[in-house]
Design a protein around this ligand. Sequence first.
Ligand code: GDP
Length: 445
Amino acid sequence: ATFGTLSDRLADTFKNLRTRGKLTASDVDGTVREIRRALLDADVALEVVKTFTGAVRERALGDEVNRALNPAQQVVQIVNEELIGILGGQQRRLEFAKNPPTVIMLAGLQGAGKTTLAGKLALHLKGEGHTPILVASDLQRPNAVNQLQVVAEQAGVAVFAPEPGNGVGDPVKVAKDGVAYAKQKQHDIVIVDTAGRLGVDADLMKQASDIRRAVNPDEVLFVIDAMIGQDAVATARAFQEGVDFTGVVLSKLDGDARGGAALSVASVTGRPIIFASTGEKLTEFEPFHPDRMASRILDLGDILTLIEQAQGAFDEEEARKVAEKFATDSFTLDDFLQQMQQLKKMGSLKGMLGMLPGARGMRDQLDNFDEREIVRTEAIIQSMTPAERRTPKLLNGSRRVRIAKGSGMTVTDVNQLVQRFEQASKMMKTVAKGGVPQIPGMGPI
Ligand code: GDP
């Protein structure tokens, strides 16, 4: 996954740190040097790395660490805060026009994921009660208009496209007509897809900036492929000069990218990252939260996104009940099974588990994670008596042997399930009470 290697390297760095008590200047320098190397290897731009490590070093040598009970934890905390900073600090939401329609223009290189994003954004906004329409101003790529029509249909939103067979249309005119049409039909949001080239070129920039001038968008979103590597900074700068943009969308964050683009673009351009795209499906898309991304990178887990996704899939009442059960320690194996079944409905269990704190260390297990696991869990839990499901503490040795026999599993399988259940309840209980889960082996930060 994105940031996998970077995460692992940072985790190793912090692990080395953990064995020290008080930190000497040379411990700090060693740590900063490792962080610097890890970031450069992840394709983060040199200028960003320099600023980042400079800030971390200065703070790590300062009083806040010296006085801390656990200096290593304090360093992790500093790295976390600085990481949030280079990712843009606060979350920035989409801004809507006072007088609708809000016009959102998309810009970026060909293949960056603009057309896909148009569909994702439309679906997301529709879910919030808006009535978006897509406008096909990418007349460069032969199939682009058709592709936009396909994503519009998938998202269940309207599309404005030039009549086919009218020869090569004028993208600026299409954009203008599209906005006028949206006004007339009372769509409250217009998303204008524009053409990209494989590389930055003057024609592309001129066309994009002409469209920008013609439709006066409220937001110009620059879509950048997270896998673009070291080219990220130059591409972002070229678009900033050529068209200028109000926000960034990182696409393909699901790829095996080293993720440097993600960590460079906001701080180099001073423009916030507003959304992240994490797959080809229209639902694989999320508002970007710098703090959550930082904790994913540092493997502190992304509990908040996890909980939001869970809330999207369960109804709110249900989510509240579960949270209460966690907080009051009355979460049972029956609830556990039900949660697993619902997770399965949500789709990628692996993706969800990947957001749990410490999950990086479990990655091998996750990669081997088999959704048939749920079936096995079901078999085991169903072989328990109602009392055992309510009170797992009852599960002594002989009961476990009986359950293993009844479900056709081994006693080890049963033990593992009970252990997982206990870990999950413990962690969720902390979260439900508003606490921060612990980094395994390091205590809470
Ligand atoms: P455009 O040329 O900028 O409009 O880019 P497209 O939207 O056509 O996307 C180019 C390719 O990238 C398509 O094959 C998409 O399915 C794929 N794609 C777009 N966004 C994502 C993403 O977040 N993750 C992955 N894995 N693929 C994506």
